[in-house]
Design a protein around this ligand. Structure first.
Ligand code: NBP
Length: 477
């Protein structure tokens, strides 16, 4: 009998996704460019459910029930186009092709438009949760048409993670909306990881705690409002001892963070949209700095502060301060990311419901956290809110965290421990709060050197000052 769904691309992600479908009782056609992967999947996991192994794209397509549901899980970029080009001539009107890779949302828009012309549905789906998520229940962010979601959505909801009985999968919006949201999700993930890393660095190089003690601090935090997958795994990483040397694992790892590019995409898109996502940007830049070997070699001897440790009384209190600073900075980073989702949604007419995004991120994905319930509630109360930070819960939490947050940023500056994530979050917060910003002076500078004009606080219109003549009234432009 025909297969209900097909997965092509059987590396770690595709293989586990196919197994997930099979474990949920779907008959799954499986295909991979190099057949060895298909054979290996059946040999190792064939007993988990009903698989139909296809050696060629033709066999794969022929194995599927109609309308055909196909999930592509290959390397993002040219490989995805290559697979689409092979599939499309073999498909029929109404068939649904989903791309579960980390595609750029603009590529997804292009592919969706091309397939729509041929009467096919293209569903760009962000999938988060890594290898384990793909197998046990990821968070899924599908875009595309509502008609496509009606056919494919129930299967995706079936295999997605569940929180309080609700699947971590929803129709995000048209064309590239799903991949856009997945991109911002990854950007937020970068910011969150950087903030956690800064918290560790401050506890280690400010308060003088050792990695195993810091692991304990993180475990305590994970029992509270910071409860999240990232805090949990951070404790595990810090508690790990390297088998070969007996040293803390974190001390034997080269301190150069790598990146695959979704953080960079998020910042590039934010620059285009004019949304300040400084938390994500600092996280991307921090990884870049860590990997800039000649630059860091050159910089190593630069003068630093003479005071380099907290005294022991201050060190004892410091962990609580850092917890507050972490929670506050995290709120800012998420608020910025959600603003980017709202801006992207407005720019591309996607009608994304931000509260729903917080809901489907509660399980399966890397940024899953207790805290997302707060974000969901904030958007349920007001979907169009300009920033999450003015929601009653956030406002109160920021109010009680702020003096600790300011102390932590000051300590970081005094001791010379880099904390770009904490610092930029605080600067953004103070920027939002400000009655007047020095942008007025920037406008004056721009008008002085370039006659770029300015607006006034007391009158409508656009003005230019004749700077060379003192006391002359400005000209209206
Ligand atoms: P990879 O990103 O490593 O891609 C390997 C797969 O792509 C193999 O099946 C390979 O076939 C296939 N492929 C390539 Br490469 N070029 C091809 C071509 N021209 N035609 C057909 N197939 C081709 O696999 P992955 O790590 O499983 O990730 C799959 C997707 O999921 C990626 O877009 C990734 O960004 C995304 N993703 C990954 C994770 C994760 O945790 N790894 C999480 C979330 C999303 P072959 O076997 O014949 O070489």
């Amino acid at each position: 009998s025909p297969a209900r769904i097909g997965v092509t691309g059987l590396a770690v992600m595709g293989r586990n996704l196919a197994r997930n479908f099979a474990r949920h009782g779907y008959r799954v056609a499986v295909h991979n460019r190099t057949q060895a992967r298909t054979t290996a999947l059946l040999e190792e996991f064939g007993h988990e459910g009903e698989f139909v192994a296809a050696g060629t794209t033709e066999e794969f397509v022929a194995a599927l029930e109609r309308p055909r549901l196909i999930v592509i899980m290959v390397k993002a970029g040219a490989p995805t186009d290559a697979v689409i080009d092979e599939l499309v001539p073999l498909l029929d009107e109404g068939d649904v092709v989903a791309d579960g890779g980390n595609a750029h949302f603009l590529d997804t828009r292009r592919r969706e438009a091309a397939l729509r012309e041929r009467g096919l549905h293209f569903v760009g789906s962000g999938i988060s949760g890594g290898e384990q998520g793909a197998l046990e229940g990821p968070s899924i962010m599908p875009g595309g048409t509502p008609e496509a979601y009606r056919v494919l959505g129930p299967l995706l909801e079936d295999i997605a993670a569940k929180v309080d009985g609700k699947p971590c999968c929803t129709h995000v919006g048209p064309d590239g909306a799903g991949h856009f949201v997945k991109m911002v999700h990854n950007g937020i993930e970068y910011a969150d990881m950087q903030l956690i890393a800064e918290a560790y660095d401050l506890l280690r190089h400010g308060a003088g705690l050792q990695p195993d003690a810091i692991a304990e601090v993180f475990r305590t935090w994970n029992a509270g409002r910071l409860e999240s997958y990232l805090i949990e795994i951070t404790a595990e990483v810090l508690a790990r001892t390297d088998a070969a040397t007996g040293k803390p694992f974190v001390d034997v790892v080269l301190d150069q963070a790598e990146q695959k590019g979704t953080g960079r995409w998020t910042v590039q898109s934010a620059l285009e949209l004019g949304v300040p996502v400084s938390g994500i940007a600092e996280a991307v830049f921090a990884r870049s700095l860590s990997g800039s070997v000649p630059l860091r070699q050159a910089g190593r001897g630069l003068p630093g502060p003479t005071e380099t440790w907290l005294d022991s009384a201050a060190a004892d209190r410091f962990a609580d301060d850092v917890e507050q600073a972490l929670y506050a900075s995290k709120m800012v980073a998420y608020a910025q990311g959600f603003n980017q989702i709202q801006a992207g949604s407005a720019e591309y007419s996607w009608q994304i419901d931000p509260g729903e995004m917080a809901t489907i991120w509660r399980g399966g994905c890397i940024i899953r956290a207790r805290f997302l319930d707060r974000i969901r509630a904030a958007y349920e109360a007001d979907r169009e809110r300009p920033t999450l930070l003015t929601d009653a819960h956030f406002r109160e939490a920021l109010g009680s965290a702020q003096s600790a947050w300011r102390r932590v940023v000051s300590v970081a500056a005094q001791l010379g421990v880099p904390a770009p994530g904490f610092a930029t979050a605080l600067a953004y917060y103070d920027g939002l709060r400000a009655e007047r910003l020095p942008a007025a002076l920037v406008q004056g500078q721009r008008d002085f050197f370039g006659a770029h004009t300015y607006r006034r606080v007391d009158r409508d219109g656009t003005f230019h000052t004749r700077w060379e003549v003192e006391g002359r009234p400005e000209e209206q432009r």
